[in-house]
Design a protein around this ligand. Structure first.
Ligand SMILES: *[C@@H]1O[C@H](CO)[C@@H](O)[C@H](O)[C@H]1NC(C)=O
Length: 342
């Protein structure tokens, strides 16, 4: 175990990739740009195992260096005064009402289906495995991998036993997904502040799988975006491309086209905020053991009244007990394109 320790890479909010390596030289606050406020990195990530191998895991730590769960311990709202005990500047309610933390799982233009491991203690990011094979999304011409920075809102859960009133389908058992449409390519494991603009209701094999549309508040153009109409106005074609991306992305795996509620119409910000509110309530019930969480792992270090709360020492030993090897992975699949035009 000790011999493997040099493999354990630690970084501040910039965990992987060549772009990340360059950016890592700058403190996060210095790169915040002309956004509405400067953000300080409150979270850092730690990699175990080799990327694109089955035992790759990206763990999260808070600013004090304690392991946390990105699913349960990062607050949903950024105006929370409890954000790891670091006081955040209070601002006008209307400015903060629509700002959420987003955990980036997949940087734009990449293919590896990286996701928060909801069933593992402390929920590191790992690459999804299906039928013993690492999963990559196909390139569907003319797109390369994911066409947004893709991730999830912490402290949300789409309850698989609860029927959504508007879609008449149950949840997909995951935190709610986010497509971040800003111009910057973000890094896996980054935690960014996003403004919610709308939502698409994907129905995947009978389950509701909401896809929020959001923009990084530090994007140079963020101040122009207030609601879904602004996406149509300032990024024409992006919503159509998004709809088709979700419609077709499982075709190369031999699955049928995905379906959508509301005829594939994107709902506006107000609707999206209601969806977030209800998935946050479901997450609260999950963490308080008030509903059937199935195999979801609820171990957390910040939600003190949760029966699944654990100490910092317990969290550390959970991470240290995870084994990993030197197995190198490959991702040849992202060189293949699929042509599905009609
Ligand atoms: C989560 O993982 C821990 C550690 O392996 C385990 O003790 C616990 O029972 C798991 N389940 C839940 C619901 O948290």
């Amino acid at each position: 175990m000790r011999a493997l320790l040099p493999l354990l890479r630690t970084s501040w909010a910039w965990p992987v990739g060549a772009a990340a390596a360059a950016a890592a030289r700058l403190p996060r606050a210095a790169s915040a740009g002309p956004g509405p406020r400067r953000t300080m990195a409150l979270y850092r990530t730690e990699e175990r195992g080799q990327p694109h191998s089955p035992d790759y895991r990206l763990f999260f730590k808070n600013v004090a260096g304690h392991y946390i769960s990105p699913f349960h311990d990062i607050p949903l709202k950024v105006d929370s005064e409890e954000e790891n005990g670091i006081p955040t500047k209070r601002a006008r309610n209307d400015e903060y009402e629509n700002v959420f933390n987003m955990v980036v799982e997949v940087p734009r233009w990449t293919n590896a289906k990286m996701e928060i491991a909801t069933k593992e203690p402390l929920n590191p990011i790992k690459q999804d495995v299906k039928d013993g094979k690492l999963r990559y999304v196909a390139n569907i011409f003319p797109h390369k991998g994911y066409i947004w920075n893709y991730g999830a809102l912490p402290q949300t859960w789409e309850d698989p036993h609860r029927k959504d009133k508007s879609t008449d389908c149950c949840g997909d058992n995951d935190p709610i997904d986010v497509c971040e449409i800003g111009s910057k390519v973000l890094s896996r494991g980054e935690v960014v502040h996003v403004k919610i603009l709308g939502v698409l209701a994907l129905i995947d094999q009978g389950e509701t799988d909401w896809k929020l549309i959001a923009i990084n508040v530090n994007d140079p153009e963020a101040s122009k975006f207030h609601d879904i109409e602004d996406v149509k106005k300032y990024k024409p074609g992006y919503l159509e491309a998004t709809l088709n991306w979700f419609r077709f992305y499982k075709i190369p795996e031999g699955k049928p086209e995905n379906q959508f509620a509301f005829n594939g119409e994107f709902k506006n910000k107000a609707f999206a905020l209601e969806v977030i509110k209800s998935t946050h309530e479901c997450w609260k019930a999950l963490l308080m053991d008030k509903c059937d969480g199935g195999a979801i792992n609820c171990t957390n270090v910040q939600v003190c009244d949760s029966p699944f709360h654990c100490s910092e020492e317990e969290a550390r030993s959970l991470v240290e007990s995870v084994s990993f090897s030197l197995n190198k992975g490959s991702n040849e699949e992202d060189q293949v394109w699929h042509f599905l035009g009609k």
